[in-house]
Write a protein that binds this ligand. Structure first.
Ligand code: FES
Length: 137
């Protein structure tokens, strides 16, 4: 995990999670530039603009925390539970956005397919049982 700060926020980058969607590079080229070292220039724009682009990171490789929030206990507003040999169960306030950017759900509970067999993706339709999906596969 790599960290970058401008004194207001800390940007965290986990290269192992990055799927190279390039949302960051296209969204804020003055901040995210792979040809420079460090590749994240925290002085390139405001903290608000940086956090807006990071919120679009589909892999979660980029994240941030506000320095003013450090030390505060954060309660999770959503929980994701892997059901044995089945879907991911989403509970609590968790917005699900489709590939076209449309909000599909704004709170749980709902179940997301992780077997690949659902005919109603991204939701589970029970196909995992029919195809005998296993956590160990
Ligand atoms: S996990 Fe249930 S259909 Fe895929």
């Amino acid at each position: 995990m790599n960290e970058y700060t401008n004194g207001e926020i800390v940007v965290l980058w986990d290269p192992d999670k990055c799927t190279h969607s390039r949302h960051c590079i296209k969204g804020l080229p003055a901040v995210f530039d792979r040809s420079k070292r460090p590749w994240i220039n925290m002085q390139g724009t405001s903290s608000e603009e940086i956090t807006k682009v990071i919120d679009l990171c589909p892999s979660g490789a980029l994240s941030y925390r506000r320095i003013s929030d450090e030390g505060k206990k954060m309660e999770p507003s959503a929980q994701i539970k892997a059901i044995r040999n089945g879907p991911l169960l989403i509970q609590g306030d968790c917005v699900l956005t489709g590939a076209e950017g449309k909000v599909l759900k704004d709170e749980g509970p709902y179940a997301l397919c992780r077997c690949g067999g659902s005919k109603n993706k991204p939701y589970c339709d029970g196909a995992h049982a029919k195809i005998e999906f296993s956590d160990s596969q």
